[in-house]
Design a protein around this ligand. Sequence first.
Ligand SMILES: Cc1cc2nc3c(=O)[nH]c(=O)nc-3n(C[C@H](O)[C@H](O)[C@H](O)COP(=O)(O)OP(=O)(O)OC[C@H]3O[C@@H](n4cnc5c(N)ncnc54)[C@H](O)[C@@H]3O)c2cc1C
Length: 372
Amino acid sequence: MKKSLFEHALTMFARDHIELFIGQWEAQKSYPRSLHQRAAQNRILNLGHDDLDTMFNDVERAALLVATVTKYGSQGLAMGLGSHLVSLSALHQHNKGRFNEVIKDVLAGDKFISLAITEPQAGSDVGAIETVAQLQGETEQFLISGHKRYICGGMRADYFITLAKYKTHSDHEYSFGLFLVEAVIGQVERQIIPCLGWHCLDVSSVTFNQVPATLIADKHASLDTLRGMLKRERINLAVMANAESAELIQHSVKYSKSRQIHGQPLYKKQSILHRLAEMKTRDTVSRSYTKQCIQALRQETLSDAETCIAKNVAVSSLAYISTQAVQILGARGCEIGSVAERSFRDSKILALGGGTTEVMNNIIGKAVLQND
Ligand SMILES: Cc1cc2nc3c(=O)[nH]c(=O)nc-3n(C[C@H](O)[C@H](O)[C@H](O)COP(=O)(O)OP(=O)(O)OC[C@H]3O[C@@H](n4cnc5c(N)ncnc54)[C@H](O)[C@@H]3O)c2cc1C
């Protein structure tokens, strides 16, 4: 599908199937699973590409998907509908024909996949992960046990990609491997975790009880594969923050033009005008850097530190913009269900999910010391 056709299909899909319903889904704290199938029918989930290499390389379209779903929907929905490519990229990278069915089913919207790394005692400190995969006899099949927490889409996932400790018959010590886990009924327990934001998305705890698992990437490749996935994830989150910022600026400008204070539009007050100027300035700079990083990601030249800078700048820019938007909109910005109110809550999550601001700074800091 040509780029212009994809853009059109995506916008029409978002207008027809998301925009009218997002308020209801956020209030109900759930969106219909059938939305994935509908998105697939409109060739949204595969970004309009039939060839998998082309699809995974097209990070511009992946960013457009995240931005459009954020704009017409919400951050939570963008995570639900736009993050499958992060997980599938690992399967594609190590496929050798083993994961064709999974990739096909997820892109068809029939199955849902989640990335499950975090554990109760292992968030920023990934090295503290305790989930264990035990090799079964002489086979290549593992049984995985452990507890994961704060997993997006965890209630509905048919598959999980997870990091676990394992050893082969010749290993003396445990190492980390990346595993594909099929959510076998009765062996995976899940519980929703009510959360500050991303309300339409099921963020949950997931317990694996001896669940069959396939090794995707072994001890030599698992952490590099995870780094590659996190790069995509963090750029998605930066795109999400930029898309939300643009919406908030638009709402704030509209209100400050229509709202009359002392017989004049609100924007005539210099403090309001300067706020709008500062919001626009931060968003413009962040958006430009995110765009640069998307191009570098496509060219495979994007460093971890640049990715972290893009995420931190976009997230702090949104934090500022969402705070100012609520202030400019006054009480309207506090009404539950308004874009400003939702963004004010959701924006905080972006500073934690996908790696916290401090963890991003640790990566940036290391690069500064190495390069300068
Ligand atoms: C809504 C939501 C959705 C999520 N979705 C997923 C998901 O789908 N899959 C998944 O695997 N995880 C998910 N997470 C988990 C997320 O990745 C973790 O919350 C994040 O990695 C931080 O871990 P933690 O919450 O355990 O905080 P902690 O690691 O306990 O950190 C607490 C605080 O200490 C700071 N800190 C930690 N280490 C350092 C350090 N070395 N230097 C300085 N400061 C430090 C942190 O920055 C943070 O401010 C989600 C989280 C949320 C809130």
